[in-house]
Design a protein around this ligand. Structure first.
Ligand SMILES: Cc1cc2nc3c(=O)[nH]c(=O)nc-3n(C[C@H](O)[C@H](O)[C@H](O)COP(=O)(O)O)c2cc1C
Length: 338
């Protein structure tokens, strides 16, 4: 797939058009760096509370850690109050090596909506304009917005909302093709993404239901988006990013990874999580990741159960290494050679 212009957000030039979605509880530096090494053009960090930043809550501040090998990176903040959102954005602007500041206008969960944050703003383009312009005026880094297409089927203000963000000075928009009410149910509406793309001129990143490299190509062809954002399909599967980049750039569909490759990367991800969070937290957090890495490997049930009981790093490492020995041969017969 060839594009006339390089993909750029503000003054940040990106190597390609494949973007890792922000995912709370997942997209910390350990995962992002691992995905970056598989070629992501841009990675988003998990959403960070404006209030947590302003109160200098240690757990919130820890979320700001970025390894320089991850750049370019977009750091996402959320909040429902203009003053605190601006304060938080200024803090990120001055105290982190993030390249882009992203504002969350898509989070559908009640806890966030009750604070007037996340998807709440989708009902009011004027509020979007007000919030985004206040942040843009306060910082030097480019500001982007990630939103859903609307609140519910009857309130899809995707075009108005995106235009409001553009008018307010946003350097890019990423849009998930679901409404707030849909949460993660049903299908992402790519038709609305196409409509938005036609009506704005800043870079537009399409998101929702890109599960394969072929989906990514289809999304670009059908909607005209400038880049694709991949979330759930990258969980335990950074190869999805690599395979998508390759497919978009060369048309070649690279093979799926072998069990050994999956476990090697899972172990690397785990060692990075250990560095970041220490043994006890890393072992617990790695359980969900391990189960994602193991997805699709035949006979993984027993190992998954054992991993869920693991308490120490050495137990977890042994289990993951054991997977390679026990399940590799079976899997190899299913994996086609390159
Ligand atoms: C576990 C999880 C956490 C998420 N956290 C965030 C978040 O912090 N900020 C955000 O804007 N979207 C978040 N999302 C939404 C994703 O960024 C993305 O919009 C959504 O998963 C649809 O893309 P997909 O079909 O490629 O998964 C999250 C999604 C998941 C599954």
């Amino acid at each position: 797939m060839t594009f006339e212009q390089p993909f750029q957000i503000g003054d940040i030039v990106l190597d390609n058009r494949v973007v890792l979605a922000p995912m709370a509880g997942v997209c910390n530096s350990a995962f992002r760096l691992t995905v970056k090494e598989f070629g992501a053009g841009l990675v988003y960090a998990e959403m960070i509370s404006d209030k947590g930043l302003i109160q200098r809550n240690q757990k919130t501040l820890d979320l700001l850690y970025i390894d320089e090998r991850e750049n370019p990176l977009s750091l996402q903040i959320f909040g429902g109050d203009k003053e605190t959102l601006v304060e938080a954005a200024k803090y990120v602007d001055k105290n982190t090596n993030a390249d882009i500041i992203d504002i969350n206008m898509g989070c559908p969960v009640n806890k966030i909506i009750k604070c007037e944050a996340g998807a709440k703003w989708l009902l009011d383009p004027n509020k979007i304009y007000e919030m985004v312009s206040a942040v843009v005026d306060a910082v030097d880094k480019p500001v982007s917005v990630k939103m859903r297409i609307g609140w519910d089927e009857e309130h899809i203000f995707a075009v108005e909302n995106a235009q409001a963000a553009e008018r307010a000075g946003a350097a890019a928009i990423a849009m998930h093709g679901r409404t707030r009410v849909q949460m993660y149910e049903g299908k992402a509406n790519w038709g609305v993404l196409k409509e938005v793309k036609k009506n704005i001129s800043i870079p537009f990143i399409g998101n929702g239901d890109v599960e394969t490299p072929q989906d990514a190509k289809r999304m670009i062809e059908e909607t005209g988006v400038d880049a694709v954002m991949i979330g759930r399909a990258a969980l335990g599967n950074p190869w999805m990013i690599y395979r998508t980049v390759q497919y978009l750039e060369t048309g070649e569909l690279k093979r799926e990874p072998s069990v050994r490759e999956k476990m090697d990367v899972c172990l690397l991800h785990f060692e990075r999580l250990m560095q970041l969070k220490g043994e006890s937290v890393a072992v617990r957090e790695m359980r969900k990741h391990a189960s994602w890495y193991l997805k699709g490997i035949r006979g993984n049930g027993i190992v998954r159960n054992a991993i869920n009981q693991a308490e120490t790093a050495s137990e977890l490492r042994a289990l993951l290494n054991n997977v390679t020995e026990q399940l590799e041969d079976r899997e190899h017969s299913q994996v086609e050679a390159i």
